[in-house]
Design a protein around this ligand. Structure first.
Ligand code: CMP
Length: 140
């Protein structure tokens, strides 16, 4: 199994409800290592850039508004098949469809306030990590 990295974001709905530690426990219990982590508040331009791939979707404007509404915790996760492993423990984007025991089934409020983001491919993980972290901030 390849050692990979994935970009994770704990979203404003989760930081607001003090869930960072509970989400980190699920990440670490699944065997992923948090090799970088910082809590920030995004400016509009940063959120727009990160979610540029969704710029033509009807939910884009609200997504940017939500992601700049409070603190977020950006993380780099490392481990065997980190991208697919994290997607599995996050659960489906819509919490109504998320499997029992996943982060989104346990904590998400709705499809927008869905507590976490995770990269959807190794290629996008590399792009997202580069956008959010300097090399020196990632310590494996
Ligand atoms: P995320 O993994 O961060 O990627 C894009 C986000 O857009 C997604 O999680 C959801 O939080 C948000 N979103 C809001 N509405 C929708 C929708 N109808 N379909 C997909 N994603 C949505």
């Amino acid at each position: 199994m390849p050692i990979q990295q994935s970009l994770s974001i704990i979203k404003p709905d989760a930081t607001k409800r003090n869930l960072t530690g509970k989400i980190n426990a699920k990440i670490e219990d699944a065997g992923l290592r948090i090799v970088a982590q910082k809590r920030v508040k995004w400016k509009q331009a940063e959120a727009r850039k990160f979610y540029a791939v969704h710029k033509d979707r009807p939910f884009y404007k609200d997504l940017v508004k939500f992601m700049t509404s409070g603190p977020i915790v950006m993380q780099v996760l490392e481990g065997n098949n980190a991208v697919s492993k994290y997607r599995k423990i996050m659960g489906a984007t819509n919490p109504k469809e998320a499997d029992k025991g996943t982060i989104r089934a346990d904590f998400a409020q709705d499809i927008e306030r869905n507590s976490v983001h995770g990269s959807d491919s190794a290629e996008n993980a590399a792009k997202e990590i580069k956008l959010c972290f300097k090399k020196a901030e990632i310590v494996g």
